[in-house]
Structures are given as structure tokens and as C-alpha cells.
Design a protein around this ligand. Structure first.
Ligand code: NAP
Length: 477
């Protein structure tokens, strides 16, 4: 298990005074390890390392970059079980979720390894016939990558792979709750043949200070951030000082809409995934469940039965479907949201509380009698709680679904494809799961509208976040 900072191809301790910080297993509350607590000096050293090789990496033939990324995919696939178990131990999620995450994370290496060799740019002719317009795309430069704890592997590879494929060097700052997975990925990339200094990792307990320093360094030209809208807003203003290109994958508050003609079995299956994947700690988690009045009784009965049967426990144990939340603050936040909802008239029809469960767990919970203006619908729950609201017709469903400052993803269930596409078009979100409880795919442009973000990750679009367009004027002959 690597626990140092990864800078310039060396594992090392911090240059600062803080030494190390603890990483806790949220199921047992035991210390999993101690990780070097990076300082501003370490961040500066990481940027120096990225700077020292940025020209050679940008000039490295795309095929060579591609081969390294492909090798990283192979290694991650071969070592998937070990990485999945490490994720469970530092994050708490159930092992099946962690295995899915590793497969998804590895795919970004394969996908962007393939994208790396696709030529970008074109040649156009000026309308007056006096000029050729040559458009090329170049690596934007040193990129700062910041990731959250909920998908410690996938959120890292979703940034690292396109940045490296585009020819950029990078510094990654993983979440302090889950640094070990990021360090394991650095180790894997080194074994895949990534030259020293191309990727650097600085873990820290003082994210704000280090990131502010990095964004003040004129050599850093891109910021790719995944995390909460609140922190994203702050970083947008910090990045504005040096006019740094920003790519923001922020919070979600996904509506899950069940129309009156939906296949209810499929909708329940879809909601189980959309709600419980990653223990509910996903930006794509179904957060507000809107069900047509005409089918609500049957739907709630079937969904409640499934939620009541969920197997809780330590995420590493065989058969466990739902592990603990990441820390005490998250557990407390979920409990407070449920208590407030009940205080405002909601009914706990299944679950509620944490009694008898390990670590920072919270029971899979269904809330009914939730009013459309209930406070819980305004918050990203980030836990296994499903508040259900009834609606009368499609127009009301769309209005309720769109009543949020977030717009990452919406889910919609109907048997009628025309109706589904008509309603999807009116949903204000960057992604729609139409009769699907999961949409994540490395080949798809992932991202949100409104306060859920700026830019896209995955697909060809994910690499453009790390490319800069250049126009060269050439006299026409
Ligand atoms: P967070 O508190 O915003 O933290 C995200 C990252 O930012 C962490 O590495 C964190 O470091 C760092 N950070 C915190 N404060 C900072 C500051 N002032 N300056 C610079 N960096 C700072 O989010 P989280 O709780 O880890 O993750 C959950 C959030 O991420 C949810 O809102 C979820 O919806 C969102 N998310 C979005 C997507 C998407 O694709 N749209 C995907 C996954 C998650 P520390 O760990 O040291 O605090």
C-alpha cells in the first residue's frame, strides 16, 4: 500500500511540517493507514515536476501515449479485486459496487488510449479565397485534477486518462477521505510505463491552501474538478484570477419520474440501482422520486419490499449490498434530513436509523407522504433514503423534476417511447436515463447543466477539456 506523495516519479514524505494524516475504515472505524500530508511546498514541487516534462510528453507520439494507457487498463483489470477491496476499506461501499467502480475506472484508460490516436483538427478555406484556415488542437498544459471520495478510482481515471491522452501533464489532489486508491493508481501507471513527472499526486488535509497556490501558478492552465457545487463555486472564482480553463462536475439532485404507463417491475429495478448504487453516495443518485398517482400504491409497495430486504453490513462481507457511509458527518446529515422530513409530515414506511448496523451506516429508507415543497427534496441526500412524492400528470411531473438549481441527470420510466422522448426533451438536465437506472459509460458525455457543472467527461468531449484550439492562417495558393 503506497502512502507517500508521488512527485516526479518518487514516493516521498512531505516537505511541510504536518507529517501524516490518518485514513479511517468507515465500517470498523479503525485506522487503515497514515498518508503524507502534503504542503504548499509539495504542491509547488509537483507543479515543477509536471512542468519539467510537459514539452516532452506533449511531443511524445500519440501511439506511445496510447500504449501506456492501454497497459494501465490491462493492469487495472488484472488487479481489479485488490483495488476493489482497497476502495471498500477506505470508502465503505459494498464490494459489488467497488468491483463495478474498478471496471468503470479501468475503461477510461482503454477508451482514452483509443481516443489519443484519433487526429484532431482540420483545414478550411477562407470564403474570399485568400487564406487557408488551419485548425489544430494542442495540449492545454499542466492540469490540476481534484477528485471526491465517493468514486476514488473512477473520478481519478476519468480525469487522468483524457489529460494524459491529450498530452498534458497533471497534478492530482484526491479527497482526504480516500487517498489510498489514487496512490495505488499512480503506482499502476508507473508500472504501465508512464514517464516520471507526467502525473503527480499530492494528498493533503489543507485542500484550500494548496489548490489556491496551484491555481496562482501561471503554469497551471486547466482545472478539472469533481465535487460539491459549493466548493466548485469557490474554485471557479479562484481560477478566474489567472483565467484558468475549468471543467466542473458538481452536485446532483436527480429526479426519478415514474409515469402512469411505466413497467413497474422495471421501474423498481431501475430505482434500486439509481438509489442504492454506491450506497446512495453518487452524484447520479435518484434523490427525488416522483410517481404518478395512478400507480403510486403498487409502486411504493413493491419498492418498499425491496428496500426492506437490503442486506447491510461491512462492505467486505459476502452478500452485503449496502455498506456504511463514509464518515460520521455524512451519517449525521442523512439522519437529520430524515428527522426533518418526518417533522414536516413524511412517513418512514421502511428503514430509518442506524441501530445494529456497523460503523457509519444508515438503513435503506423509504419516505412517503412527502410534500412537493419538502426541504429534503432541496438537498443532495447522499445516502440510502428515497423520498416519494405523487403527481397528477406529465406537466406536473416535468415542473417538479425541473424545480431545482441542479441539472445533472433525470430518470424517466414509461412504456411509450414517443412520450418518453417528449418528456425527456423538457427535462432540464445534462443526462436522462430513459427506462435506465444507470447511464454512466466511458463512451458517453457525462455532465450537467445549471449548477451541476460546466463541461463533459468521457467520450471524445472529455479529451477536449484538455485541448486548446489553434488557428494558423496560411496564404492561399
Ligand atoms: P467536496 O467536499 O466538494 O470535495 C471534493 C474535492 O474538493 C476533495 O478533494 C476536497 O478535498 C476538495 N476540496 C474541498 N474544499 C476545497 C477547497 N476549498 N479548495 C479546493 N479543494 C477543496 O465534495 P465531496 O464531499 O468529496 O464529494 C461529494 C460531492 O461531489 C457531491 O456533491 C457529488 O454530487 C459530487 N460529485 C459529482 C460528480 C459529477 O460527476 N458531477 C461525481 C461525483 C461526485 P478534501 O477531501 O480534503 O476536503
Amino acid at each position: 500500500m503506497q502512502t507517500g506523495l508521488w512527485i516526479g516519479g518518487q514516493w516521498r514524505g512531505t516537505l511541510g511540517e504536518h507529517g501524516e494524516f490518518e485514513v479511517i475504515d468507515p465500517a470498523t472505524m479503525e485506522t487503515l493507514g497514515h498518508v503524507a500530508d502534503g504542503s504548499v511546498e509539495d504542491m509547488a514541487a509537483a507543479i515543477d515536476a509536471a512542468d519539467s516534462v510537459h514539452e516532452t510528453w506533449a511531443e511524445t507520439p500519440a501511439r506511445e501515449r496510447s500504449v501506456i494507457l492501454r497497459r494501465a487498463w490491462e493492469l487495472m483489470t488484472e488487479e481489479a479485486e485488490d483495488i476493489a477491496r482497497l476502495i471498500v476499506r477506505e470508502n465503505g461501499k459494498a464490494l459489488p459496487d467497488a468491483r463495478n467502480e474498478v471496471a468503470y475506472a479501468a475503461e477510461f484508460f482503454r477508451w482514452f488510449g483509443e481516443e489519443a490516436v484519433r487526429g484532431h483538427g482540420d483545414m478550411r478555406r477562407s470564403p474570399n479565397g485568400q487564406n487557408w484556415i488551419m485548425v489544430t488542437e494542442e495540449p492545454i498544459g499542466i492540469s490540476l485534477l481534484i477528485t471526491p471520495w465517493n468514486y476514488p478510482a473512477a473520478m481519478a481515471t476519468r480525469k487522468i486518462a483524457p489529460a494524459l491522452a491529450a498530452g498534458c501533464t497533471a497534478v492530482l489532489k484526491p479527497a482526504a477521505e480516500t487517498p489510498l486508491t489514487a496512490l495505488a493508481i499512480a503506482d499502476l501507471l508507473a508500472r504501465a510505463g508512464l514517464p516520471d513527472g507526467v502525473l503527480n499526486i499530492v494528498c493533503t488535509r489543507r485542500a484550500g491552501e494548496l489548490v489556491e497556490h496551484a491555481l496562482g501558478d501561471p503554469r497551471v492552465r486547466a482545472l478539472s474538478f469533481t465535487g460539491s457545487t459549493e466548493v466548485g463555486r469557490t474554485l471557479l472564482s479562484v481560477a478566474a484570477r489567472n483565467v484558468v480553463r475549468t471543467s466542473m462536475e458538481l452536485g446532483g439532485n436527480a429526479p426519478f419520474v415514474v409515469l402512469d404507463d411505466a413497467d413497474l417491475d422495471a421501474a423498481v429495478d431501475g430505482l434500486m440501482v439509481a438509489k442504492l448504487r454506491n450506497g446512495g453516495s453518487a452524484c447520479t443518485a435518484a434523490n427525488r422520486i416522483y410517481v404518478s398517482d395512478r400507480v403510486a400504491d403498487d409502486f411504493v409497495a413493491a419498492f418498499s419490499e425491496r428496500m426492506g430486504a437490503v442486506r447491510h453490513g461491512n462492505g467486505l462481507d459476502e452478500g452485503v449490498e449496502l455498506g456504511p457511509l463514509v464518515n460520521l458527518a455524512t451519517q449525521q446529515k442523512v439522519a437529520d434530513l430524515v428527522d426533518a422530513a418526518v417533522g414536516a409530515g413524511a412517513t418512514v414506511s421502511v428503514g430509518g436509523g442506524s441501530e445494529g448496523l456497523p460503523g457509519y451506516s444508515y438503513r435503506a429508507t423509504v419516505l412517503t407522504d412527502v410534500r412537493p415543497d419538502a426541504d429534503i427534496l432541496r438537498h443532495e441526500i447522499f445516502g440510502p433514503v428515497a423520498p416519494i412524492v405523487r403527481f397528477k400528470d406529465d406537466a406536473e411531473a416535468v415542473a417538479l423534476a425541473n424545480d431545482s438549481e441542479f441539472g445533472l441527470i433525470s430518470y424517466l420510466y414509461t412504456r411509450d417511447l414517443d412520450r418518453g422522448l417528449a418528456v425527456s426533451r423538457r427535462l432540464k438536465s445534462g443526462m436522462v436515463g430513459l427506462n435506465r437506472g444507470v447511464v454512466s459509460d466511458p463512451a458517453a458525455p457525462f455532465g450537467g447543466v445549471k449548477q451541476s457543472g460546466i463541461g463533459r467527461e468521457g467520450a471524445a468531449e472529455g479529451m477536449r477539456e484538455f485541448l486548446e484550439m489553434k488557428y494558423t492562417a496560411i496564404p492561399y495558393r
